[in-house]
Design a protein around this ligand. Structure first.
Ligand SMILES: *Cc1c(COP(=O)(O)O)cnc(C)c1O
Length: 379
């Protein structure tokens, strides 16, 4: 079986886990959390990193720390994994959904600009969304597949409206923006270390930021808002810390980040070379070597073609899958306020993701391409 995307745990993972058990530091105290955080901050190019129990909890705590409250609106792209929208809902707030752009599959910043210009007004220094009277509290772009959104334009708009930007960079650790690491592009940036991401800690996440006060607030909130070592807590906090066990795996993984990202990019090039001349598909969006190419695959002509190829590949013991379904088509978010959705409605069901584990071999990649080509003959 060639799986879609599985962890690659061949280096120090076992050794560091043994150290956890031998030292009894298996929970939220222990040296690996701090070490992992320093490496995450370095990879993001910012001074602060706070490790969490998941990407979702990192998104939630970043929103809370940036002041998102009940009944606020948070602007997110409709084309994302549901955790982005769930983090907003966990604050008691609602997503305001914006379509994606075709070239990078990230939030369409011209639609964002139009929406802010057309439907908001400033009252008491707050951005009010006129159709509902709600406050807009933040913008949360998503770095789809490891592609950075158009952050210069997006940050310009955020600044103009006085809104914090929390970037959902769940699968984008290692990506760059015109040569620079991505941590400084937003008020706070969130990574996930779930099992299917480029590097994993089993389960986990992190918030990174260049803002010291914000980072201290996040660190305080995610460890039950405790003051000192006794049982005094000065606000309603969260138990969102990463454990030393998870950080042990995460540290062993981040030591290999450059190697893993290079492999993800090679996998992308391999598929692009194999399918660039095909009339039956298009390629995934690229960003001149700056994307970390988290998932790779092809864009087919129809959903039927995707289902057909999944079946053909399954018969060859190759795992291939559809990708994200937009938020405005999900039962919990179908009534959210939104822009037009022409781009994501045209695109989402035509996406086919192909095997892209960092441990995949060239023989396996060849086998996948041959099976895809066989399946395409009857499209
Ligand atoms: C994986 C992912 C998340 C969620 O991360 P978890 O660690 O699974 O909670 C959030 N947003 C996006 C875009 C993701 O790909």
């Amino acid at each position: 079986m060639i799986p879609l995307c599985v962890p690659n745990l061949a280096e120090n993972e076992k050794k560091y886990l043994d150290e956890c058990v031998d030292s009894t530091f298996v929970s939220s105290v222990g040296p690996f959390v701090g070490q992992f955080e320093r490496e995450i901050a370095k990879a993001a190019g910012v001074p602060y990193a706070m490790a969490t129990s998941a990407g979702t909890t990192a998104l939630h705590i970043a929103l809370v720390a940036c002041g998102v409250k009940r009944d606020d609106l948070v602007i997110i792209p409709s084309y994302t994994f549901i955790a982005t929208a769930n983090a907003v809902a966990h604050c008691g707030a609602q997503p305001l959904l914006v379509d994606m752009e075709r070239s990078s599959w990230t939030m369409d910043v011209s639609l964002l600009e139009e929406e802010l210009g057309k439907n908001t007004e400033i009252r008491n220094e707050q951005v009010i969304y006129c159709p509902t009277g709600q406050r807009i509290a933040a913008i949360m772009p998503v770095y789809t597949l490891g592609n950075v959104a158009k952050m210069d334009i997006l940050s310009g708009l955020a600044q103009q409206y006085g809104l914090p930007v929390i970037a959902d960079a769940a699968a984008a650790i290692g990506a760059t923006d015109r040569g620079r690491p991505i941590g400084e592009l937003a008020t706070a940036t969130v990574f996930s270390f779930n099992g299917n991401k480029t590097i994993t800690s089993g389960g986990g996440g992190a918030v990174v930021s260049a803002d010291q006060a914000l980072s201290e607030r996040i660190r305080h909130l995610l460890s039950t808002a405790r003051i000192g070592t006794e049982y005094t807590h000065d606000m309603v906090g969260y138990n969102y810390r990463m454990t030393n066990i998870a950080a042990a795996v995460g540290l062993a993984q981040i030591e290999q980040l450059d190697k893993f990202v290079a492999k993800k990019r090679e996998i992308r090039s391999f598929y692009n070379d194999a399918f660039k001349d095909s009339e039956k598909c298009e390629l995934f969006p690229d960003q001149d070597g700056e994307s970390v190419c988290w998932f790779s695959g092809i864009l087919l002509e129809s959903e039927t073609a995707v289902r057909h190829l999944c079946k053909v590949l399954a018969a060859h013991e190759i795992e291939a899958r559809t990708f994200w379904k937009p938020m405005h088509l999900q039962p919990p978010y179908k009534d959210c306020m939104r822009t037009g959705m022409d781009c994501c409605e045209n695109l989402w069901s035509r996406v086919l993701t192909l095997p892209c584990s960092t441990g995949i071999t060239y023989e396996e990649l060849e086998k996948v391409c041959a099976a895809v080509k066989e399946g395409m003959k009857v499209l």
